[in-house]
Every structure is written in C-alpha cells, then in structure tokens.
Design a protein around this ligand. Structure first.
Ligand code: NAD
Length: 238
C-alpha cells in the first residue's frame, strides 16, 4: 500500500469530489445515467433552468437532500478529519461536494466551493446569510420565499456560476507544499486546475481514486484505489 510522508513543515491542501462520498452511498454524476426526470443533469443545475422552472430545480435538489439524510461519513471522510486533527492549521480542505459528510466526520478547516445542499439563500441577494433549510424544506413541494419577498434558491453553485471562497482557496493553495486530490474526474473547472496552481508553487501533488482523472498527467503521483480503502493508511505524519 502506498504511503505519503507529511513532514513537520508540510502544509496540506485537500480537494475532494463526488468520488469520496460514493462509498457512503451517494452516486457520482458520471456513475448515474446522467438523467433526472428525463433531463440531463447539466441542464437542470443552471441559472437558466432556475429561471425557467424553479420548482423542477427545487425538486431535483430536494431529492438529493432527502438522500443525504440517509447516509453516513465513510472511512475516507474520517481519515481526512483525523489528519486535520494532527496537523491543525497546516491542513485545509476544499470540497466540490454539496453534501455535509466532511463536517459530520469532524472536518472544520474547510470550504464548500460549490455550495451546500442543506442551505438556501435569497435569489435577490438581499443580504440575508444562507439559511439552514432542512427543517423548512424537507417536505416542501413549493419554492420558499425569503423575508424580503424574493424566492429562496438552493445554496448551490449552478453550472456557469462563480464558485465560492475562491480568494481563500487560492491563498491556501499558494501556501501548500502537498496537494491531495480525491475522487474527482478532473472535468469541472476551476477545480480541475488546482493541481496546476499547486505545482506552480512547487507542491507535491497526489491523486487518489479508482481510475485516472482527465488531468492525471499533472500529478506527481496517482494512487489507484477507492478513497475509503486508500486514505485511512495513506499519510505518515512526522
Ligand atoms: P464526477 O462524478 O465527475 O467524478 C467522480 C469521480 O470519482 C470519478 O473520477 C470516479 O473515478 C471517482 N470515484 C468513484 N468512486 C470512487 C471512490 N470510491 N473513491 C474515490 N474516487 C471515486 O464528480 P466530480 O469530479 O466531483 O464533479 C461533478 C460535480 O458534481 C462536482 O461539483 C461534484 O461535487 C458534484 N456532485 C456532488 C455530489 C456530492 O455532493 N456527494 C454527488 C455528485 C456530484
């Protein structure tokens, strides 16, 4: 089994994608037939789809919210939380996932660059912070309204929108000496480019997943295997 040494001066940046939640039972987009109620997923998760058919987009995310309530963090999520507990502020996690399995495993120093399933926000950007909507929306067939009267939309970065927390992410990548990327196909930008930003700063770069991602040639090291099997024994800390 491969191992990666993490020295006292190392700063670790981890990027995760849908693959890390696969062993918890949440399907990746590519693993499914790519369709939902007869529509391509790429056609549902867009600002245009939200304008045209907010109830349809809402129903799509509500189904994912329901599914998210039934699953638990797997050994891969737990291994990253354990690594963070050892490294403290020398660890940073950026996930493309909208589920909350990392925080339920204990991760703290982290961002959701593509948003969070459990939250909704005002589409008018009225200034109200995203709200935890699990109580309100679980059984709601209709799209809700903000206090200001605007429609509440899922706190999700639709295709074509700018990801969240990009300045912080860029700062953390620039500081890192080791980047570990887990379970992402390397097809969604800008996340697929993070490995190149890290290499540019001189960091080691490692990919973990059962198959090579599209950007495999950018990594120093590709460790083939399921995240839940590989991650628990991967890191040798000083
Ligand atoms: P993707 O569906 O494009 O690719 C999934 C990747 O995970 C593939 O490369 C596959 O080889 C890998 N994989 C499958 N099983 C794995 C395992 N057990 N261990 C490690 N890797 C495994 O996903 P993406 O690249 O993350 O991009 C799709 C977009 O959709 C992202 O924004 C993603 O976060 C989002 N999405 C999120 C969730 C979620 O929140 N759980 C689920 C589906 C899609």
């Amino acid at each position: 089994m491969a191992s990666i040494s993490v020295g006292r001066d190392d700063r670790v940046f981890v990027l995760t994608g849908a693959g890390i939640s696969a062993e918890s039972g949440l399907p990746t987009f590519r693993a499914e037939d790519g369709l939902w109620a007869g529509h391509r997923v790429e056609d549902i998760c867009t600002p245009d789809a939200w304008r045209r058919d907010p109830a349809g987009v809402w129903a799509f995310y509500s189904a994912r919210r329901e599914q998210g309530l039934t699953v638990k963090p797997n050994p891969a999520h737990l291994a990253l939380a354990e690594l963070e507990a050892k490294l403290g502020d020398r660890f940073f996690l950026c996930t493309q996932n909208v589920d909350d399995l990392h925080e339920r495993a204990g991760s703290v120093r982290m961002v959701h660059m593509h948003g969070e399933l459990a939250k909704a926000r005002c589409e008018r950007e009225c200034g109200r912070a995203p709200v935890d909507d699990r109580q309100v929306y679980r059984n709601l067939a209709e799209v809700g309204r903000c206090e200001c009267g605007g429609r509440l939309r899922p706190h999700i970065v639709f295709f074509g929108e700018v990801p969240l927390e990009m300045e912080r992410i860029e700062r953390e990548i620039a500081k890192s000496t080791l980047m570990v990327v887990v379970g992402t196909s390397g097809s969604v930008y800008p996340a697929a480019n993070f490995v190149n930003w890290a290499r540019h700063s001189g960091a080691r770069t490692v990919y973990v997943g059962p198959e090579s991602p599209l950007n495999a040639s950018s990594f120093t090291n590709v460790v083939e295997g399921k995240a839940g099997v590989v991650l628990p024994g991967l890191f040798q800390t000083a």
